[in-house]
Design a protein around this ligand. Structure first.
Ligand SMILES: Cc1cc2nc3c(=O)[nH]c(=O)nc-3n(C[C@H](O)[C@H](O)[C@H](O)COP(=O)(O)O)c2cc1C
Length: 454
């Protein structure tokens, strides 16, 4: 998620007008922007007592900054500097997390001919002090009253061209850098919340206490009218999209035997339709600005002489190449085979954009070995982790039982120690696939993990 900070609290400001146009430029590039408008903060936000006790609005704005992959600052010039309200707001944000290694880009505007050069340079000094990654291309808007038309839009084509070039350059800059250390890496799998619409999804998410999502992409493909606005609504509410997930046609999870035959890209009858869905979902993922899509590939054979080994290698290789063409990574869920078999398959596949979505509970549900040992085996491939818990089956050949995180057989303490040991830096997504109180279950899991990790 990218956030934009409107650097004044003056009502009806030109800064807000310029900011609205910049938001549209980013949207046109496929990146919805979360707006933090100082004019919308309640007046008590700027009281001296706010240093000690932050109002909920300041807290929410601060959380949004912490969750942002990049920050756009639009500042007017007031008395040869930037507005005092902006400095006040900066001083209320958490130190050092708010700006530490966070990409930041600046736009200045003024009535005068220097176009906000002075406030931008002064802000650059502050953001340098705070170890932000400053994008070097700045845009200055002099004579702002003439630049804005009667409709409040920027009508100067040269300035628009500069802002557009800055936006696409900044997005590339943001995507090329690792996320800032403060970004909370926990998310919730959207499908766990069983939403019928983006509004329902966001409302359920707020009950979990988590502010990021791994998004199920199939609904966006199947019901574009319902889901078209998802990314914009998420950005509006300060919710980060960390990755996508897709399923394959005809998967039947009733028993271990049915999923063995129907899962992933194994069945021939559904391959053609699955391929079309991969093509469409890759385009959707790009449009959402995602980098990673996860899926169940299906049961991968242990034995290379098995005829389906070559078939799966060819199909998955084609999918990997398709996603690579779009600059995307894909990751397979763990669990359907043991870790050494998956490792062997990935080694043979030999594609740099293919990794593993590590799900410790699946290893228990499918009874495929010890999740902590598997973490080490698959370490070089792990791109994302699912926080899900389970109990192993007592009856071989049947499913284990999925349970709330912290109440099953995953040794979470050893699990996180091992993630640290292998220097895992990806996202951790809560997944809950059973039960009728998913929101409460995810919230309980989040509390458990937060306590465990201190
Ligand atoms: C308190 C204040 C001080 C200002 N000082 C300057 C200034 O030093 N140089 C300048 O070019 N414009 C100055 N301006 C004009 C603003 O740049 C102009 O109002 C512009 O529209 C951006 O501010 P806004 O977003 O509040 O509308 C000042 C405006 C205010 C309200």
């Amino acid at each position: 998620m990218i956030s934009l900070l409107i650097g004044t609290n003056r009502p009806d400001s030109n800064t807000a007008r310029v900011a609205r146009h910049i938001v549209d430029l980013y949207s046109a590039l496929g990146e919805p922007v979360h707006v933090i408008d100082l004019a919308q903060l309640p007046p008590d936000s700027f009281q001296g007592s706010s240093y000690a006790t932050k109002s909920p609005a300041v807290q929410a704005a601060g959380d949004a900054v912490l969750q942002s992959r990049g920050l756009i600052v639009v500042t007017p010039e007031y008395n040869g500097s930037f507005p005092g309200a902006l400095k006040y707001f900066i001083d209320l944000l958490p130190f050092p997390a708010a700006f530490e290694r966070r990409p930041v880009v600046f736009i200045g505007l003024a009535a005068g001919e220097w176009g906000g050069l002075r406030p931008v340079e002064q802000l650059q000094a502050i953001f340098s002090y705070r170890n932000a990654h400053i994008y070097p291309e700045r845009v200055f808007i002099p004579g702002v009253y003439k630049v804005l038309g009667p409709d409040g839009r920027i009508q100067d084509e040269r300035i628009l061209a500069r802002l557009t070039r800055q936006a696409s350059g900044f997005l590339k800059f943001v995507r090329s850098l690792p996320p800032a250390p403060s970004i909370n890496r926990t998310a919730v799998c959207s499908w766990s919340l069983q939403p019928a619409s983006p509004a329902e999804l966001l409302s359920s998410l707020s009950g979990t206490g988590v502010r990021a999502l791994q998004l199920h992409l199939d609904p966006l493909r199947e019901q574009p009218v319902v889901w078209a606005d998802t990314a914009r609504l998420c950005a509006q509410q300060g919710v980060r999209l960390v990755s996508g997930m897709m399923t394959t046609v005809g998967e039947d999870y009733s028993t271990l035997d049915t999923i063995r035959v129907t899962g992933g890209v194994v069945p021939d009858a559904t391959w053609e339709q699955n391929w079309k869905n991969f093509e469409a979902n890759a385009r959707i993922a790009v449009h959402l600005g995602l980098r990673l899509v996860t899926l169940h590939a299906g049961f991968l054979p242990h034995d290379e002489s098995d005829p389906s080994f070559a078939k799966l290698l060819e199909r998955i290789g084609r999918i990997a190449d398709l996603f690579a063409m779009h600059g995307l990574e894909i990751s397979f869920e763990t669990g359907q085979e043991d870790a050494p078999s998956l490792r062997q398959f990935l080694t043979r596949l030999n594609r740099g954009n293919v990794g593993v979505n590590f799900d410790p509970a699946n290893m228990l549900l499918y009874d495929k070995g010890d999740p902590v040992a598997a973490l080490r085996t698959l370490a070089p491939w792990i791109r994302q982790v699912h926080l899900k818990d389970a109990r192993r089956t007592q009856t071989p050949g049947t499913w284990g039982e999925e349970v709330v995180v912290g109440t099953g057989e995953v040794d979470w303490s050893a699990f996180f120690d091992t993630l640290n040991e292998i220097d895992f830096r990806g996202n951790l997504c809560f997944e809950r696939e059973a039960g009728t109180q998913r929101v409460a279950d995810v919230a309980d899991g989040r509390e458990y993990i937060e306590k465990l990790r201190g």
